[in-house]
Design a protein around this ligand. Structure first.
Ligand code: F6P
Length: 374
C-alpha cells in the first residue's frame, strides 16, 4: 500500500533545507513510490492544515536554493499563539496528521524541533527528524546541514575584515551567530585566523583579551580581529547566567518559573549590545581604535555549500530508507560516512556544546589565539 509522508521545516532557516526536502522527497516518491505532502511554515502549518502536494516538479531545481520552499516558523506545538493566546495545539496536530492520512511526519530542524518532534512521537505519531542548524549544536550527530555554508560565509567575512583592520591599525570585533554554542565562531575564527575567539562555553576575562591585543601591538601588529559568538559572556556574567538557567530548570512551581524567566529575559536584554560594549571596553583598555561588524542573517541566507548539499542529500535519502523500513522515533544523524538513526529521546533537550578542551580549541591555542581565559 502506498505510504503518505508529510515534511515540514521548523526553527530558523538554514542552507541545505531544500536539498534535504529534495533528498527525502525524491527518494520517497521515485524509489519507494510514496506520496509526499509538504507542510507550510513548520508546526503551525499542520495546525492550520496548510499543505501542498510535493510532486516531482516542486522537488526539481531546489537543490541549490537557500532558505526553505516550505517556509518555517519557531512555533511550538504545545505553546502556539492561536486566536490571540498561547495554546497547546498538539491534539489539533494529531487530528490533522490523521486527516491527511499520514503514515510518517518528517521534521527538519534544530534542537527545538527535536524536542517538539519528541512530544508528537509521545502522542503516537510516526515521527522522524533530520538535524539542521548553522549552530552545529544538535546532539549525537557529527554535524548539521547549514553549518558548513555559514562557516564559509563567516570565514570569508573575517578574511575581508583583516585587510581593513590592518590598514587602519584597528581592532575589529566581529559578531558571529551562536547564542549557546560557539562552533561557528570557533571554526570561522580558526579558519580566518582571528587573533581572539570568544565563545559561550569559555567565559572570558576582558583584561586577558586586552593584554593579548596590547601584546600584539607591542610586537608590531597594531591590529587584531576578535571573533565573538553572540552568546559569549565575561566570567562573572556567565556564572550569573548559568545560575539563572539552573533555577529555571529546578523551579518548583509555575510562579517561580515565571519569575526566573523574567529575570532571564532582563539578563538577555542587558546583553543585547554586548559586542558593542566589548569593542568600547577594548578601545579603553588598549588605546587602539575598535570597530564592530555584526554578520547576522547573512550567515543563514543564500546558496548552500557543496558539503551541505551532500550532507542534506545523504541524510534525506537515508530518511526515506528508514520510513520504508518503518523505523520511527529517530533522528537521522551523520556519523562518519554513515547516516545512522539515533533515538529522539537521546537527542531532544541535549545540546552539543564546544568542550573547552576540544581539539579545535587546543589547536588554536597552540597558534597563540586568545580565548580570554589565560
Ligand atoms: O539558526 C540558529 C540561529 O541562527 C542562532 O545562531 C541565532 O541566535 C538565532 O538562530 C537567531 O535567529 P532568529 O532571529 O530567527 O530567531
Amino acid at each position: 500500500m502506498t505510504k503518505h509522508i508529510g515534511i515540514l521545516t521548523a526553527g530558523g532557516d538554514s542552507p541545505g533545507l531544500n536539498a534535504a526536502i529534495r533528498g527525502v522527497g525524491k527518494a520517497a516518491q521515485g524509489y519507494y513510490d510514496m506520496q509526499v505532502i509538504g507542510i507550510r511554515d513548520g508546526f503551525r502549518g499542520l495546525v492550520e492544515n496548510r499543505t501542498t502536494h510535493l510532486d516531482g516538479s516542486m522537488l526539481s531545481g531546489i537543490l541549490t536554493r537557500g532558505g526553505t520552499i516550505l517556509g518555517t516558523s519557531r512555533d511550538k506545538p504545545h505553546r502556539m499563539l492561536f486566536n490571540g493566546k498561547k495554546q497547546d495545539m498538539t491534539d489539533v496536530i494529531v487530528e490533522n496528521y490523521h486527516a491527511n492520512h499520514l503514515d510518517a511526519l518528517v521534521c527538519l530542524g534544530g534542537g527545538g524541533t527535536q524536542k517538539n518532534a519528541l512530544q508528537l512521537l509521545e502522542k503516537g505519531l510516526n515521527v522522524i527528524t533530520l538535524p539542521k542548524t548553522i549552530d552545529n549544536d544538535v546532539a549525537h550527530t557529527d554535524t548539521t546541514f547549514g553549518f558548513d555554508t555559514a562557516l564559509g560565509i563567516a570565514t570569508n567575512a573575517i578574511d575581508r575584515l583583516h585587510s581593513t583592520a590592518h590598514s587602519h591599525h584597528r581592532i575589529i570585533v566581529v559578531e558571529i551567530m551562536g547564542h549557546r554554542a560557539g562552533w561557528l565562531a570557533l571554526g570561522s575564527g580558526i579558519a580566518g585566523g582571528a587573533d581572539v575567539i570568544l565563545v559561550p562555553e569559555i567565559p572570558y576575562d576582558i583584561e586577558k583579551v586586552a593584554e593579548a591585543i596590547r601584546g600584539r601591538a607591542a610586537g608590531g601588529k597594531p591590529f587584531s580581529i576578535v571573533a565573538v559568538a553572540e552568546g559569549a559572556l565575561p566570567i562573572g556574567e556567565a556564572e550569573r547566567f548559568h545560575a539563572l538557567r539552573e533555577r529555571k530548570l529546578n523551579a518548583s512551581d509555575k510562579k517561580e518559573r515565571k519569575e526566573v524567566k523574567a529575570e532571564l529575559a532582563m539578563f538577555e536584554s542587558r546583553h543585547a549590545n554586548h559586542t558593542v560594549d566589548l569593542s568600547r571596553q577594548l578601545e579603553e583598555l588598549t588605546g587602539l581604535e575598535s570597530r564592530v561588524t555584526i554578520l547576522g542573517y547573512l550567515q543563514r541566507g543564500g546558496t548552500p555549500s557543496a558539503a551541505d548539499r551532500l550532507l542534506a542529500t545523504r541524510l534525506g535519502t537515508a530518511c526515506a530508507d528508514l520510513i520504508h523500513e518503518g523505523r520511527f522515533g529517530v533522528m537521522v544523524a551523520s556519523r562518519g560516512e554513515l547516516a545512522e538513526p539515533v533515538p529522539l529521546v537521546d537527542v531532544a533537550g541535549y545540546k552539543k556544546l564546544v568542550p573547552p578542551d576540544h581539539p579545535w580549541v587546543i589547536s588554536a591555542k597552540r597558534l597563540g589565539t586568545n580565548f580570554g581565559d589565560m
